[in-house]
Design a binder for this molecule. Structure first.
Ligand code: ZN
Length: 461
């Protein structure tokens, strides 16, 4: 009974209440759609949906997928109907930031401004010098977005997975930034056999030339890969593969490398920030093996029939053939004792080293800008470029080495003076690191199939 009575009176009140509720909902809905209809386009241009940009900036993905004109996409900047042109390309040999912008942005002044600004943000994140005319590696992905009139809106370039740079024209200024990426490293081992050059052998094993040049740099004091590496030699490397946002992106450090060859067998272990061999000797030595990156002997030390003077005469050095302009490095640290014209040697540099040695470089195209008498040079400093000044039939470097004032054959001199070793107290620690690293290499020893097939790799977690 109770129930019924209660039910009648409440029903009217409930009807009044739901009528009011319905009305309110209708009003709210109406005002919302009014807001959406009138204000949404202008608001959306100021509050981006997704980004991994620094707080102060907005970002557009390199893929450009979020800039298509479907009205639904969550892009930023000018409304989609203004933005019609998008260029998505990869760089070719010889491309520069300047050429990319001037090829695609009709207004030269804007193209120049954008190029300089983008190069500036890249330079901030690079060890080596970089400007808008620096040649880019081929294969870098880039996008350029222009509006209907071809005016510049934004651009991005991916030098590698860890280095993605953006630039955008917003209301008042050009904004540029580097995309934040999460870098990660995973240890891996690689075992490969030499077949052809080091670069060829490493790329045949499925790895990049960056790893090959890290190996070459590691052994540059002990192995001349031009003359001392032979087909079938084996190289085992424990290295860090770098990941940028979970995408493989180059290499980190080499923790351990073992080169087992017909002519030479070398081990390199990273301990602290230096490399040592298994005898606890530091790999870095007072002398580089060669003053050029790649060596091609065109004339040996000793008596020879002079190609130009047509007489028999003692050749006081070795001649290394190389392209004009190839960088020439000081073979060890020391002081420049001469830099100038010297008869048949043309542009000529002499460096006196700390341990009674002296090195001389002839026929240089030109000296490096601050190479002059009295200047101290460090090991590997560039002192000039290969040329054919003086009496020369072609571009080459005449390299001489003197020991206590007497010319010696550079190819046969053991170029080691004072060997540095692992500090005594650290020797036990070094021994355990050495064993661990070699174990990682050997435990994960893979059965080398043969020199034609790819080597196999394993991941050391
Ligand atoms: Zn010569």
């Amino acid at each position: 009974m109770q129930r019924h009575f209660k039910y009648g009176r409440n029903l009217k009140r409930e009807r009044r209440f739901s009528a009011k509720l319905g009305l309110t909902v209708a009003i709210v809905l109406l005002s919302c759609s009014a807001v959406c209809f009138f204000y949404l386009p202008s608001i959306s241009s100021h509050f981006p949906s997704s980004s991994n940009l620094p707080a102060s900036q907005e970002q557009v993905g390199l893929s450009g997928s979020n800039t298509t004109c479907d009205g639904k996409s969550d892009h930023i900047g000018p409304s989609c109907n203004e933005e019609l042109q998008e260029i998505v390309e990869v760089t070719d040999q010889g491309d520069t930031i300047s050429s990319l912008m001037s090829d695609n942005i009709s207004d030269d002044a804007v193209a120049q401004k954008v190029a300089v600004r983008l190069a500036a943000i890249i330079r901030q994140h690079r060890a080596k010098p970089f400007d808008s005319n620096t040649a880019l590696d081929p294969g870098c992905r880039y996008t350029i977005n222009l509006d209907r009139e071809g005016r510049f809106l934004k651009a991005a370039i991916e030098l590698d997975a860890a280095n993605v740079f953006h630039i955008m024209q917003d209301a008042s200024a050009l904004r540029s930034w580097k995309e934040e990426v999460v870098l990660d490293f995973k240890l891996e081992t690689l075992v490969f056999q030499m077949r052809g050059t080091l670069d060829d052998s490493v790329s045949r094993a499925g790895e990049g030339t960056e790893l090959a040049s890290k190996i070459r740099h590691l052994f540059k004091w002990d192995i001349d890969f031009q003359s001392e590496a032979f087909r079938g030699d084996t190289c085992k490397v424990l290295f860090e593969r770098r990941y940028a946002d979970d995408r493989p992106s180059g290499y980190g450090r080499i923790l351990c490398a073992v080169y087992e060859g017909k002519k030479t067998t070398k081990t390199a272990i990273l301990f602290g920030d230096k490399y040592y061999n298994e005898k606890l000797e530091e790999l870095k030595k007072d002398f580089l093996r060669t003053p050029l990156k790649k060596i091609r002997v065109t004339s040996h030390f000793g008596n020879r029939f002079h190609p130009v003077l047509r007489v028999w005469r003692k050749h006081m050095g070795v001649d290394y053939g190389a392209a004009e302009g190839t960088p020439v490095w000081s073979v060890a640290s020391g002081v420049v004792t001469f830099a100038g014209r010297q008869n048949g040697y043309g542009n000529y540099v002499c460096v006196r080293h700390d341990n009674g040695f002296e090195s001389r470089y002839g026929h240089l195209q030109r000296f490096e800008k601050d190479i002059r008498m009295g200047r101290r040079v460090k090991q590997g400093d560039q002192i000039g470029r290969v040329g054919m000044t003086g009496i020369a039939t072609g571009p080459h470097l005449d390299f001489q080495l003197l020991e206590k004032g007497k010319h010696v054959n550079p190819l046969y001199v053991k170029m080691v003076q004072s060997l540095k070793t692992v500090p005594e107290p650290l020797a036990p620690r070094f021994a355990s690191v050495l064993n661990d690293r070699l174990l990682s290499l050997n435990v994960n020893r893979v059965v080398l199939v043969n020199s034609t097939s790819r080597s196999r790799k394993s991941v050391v977690e």
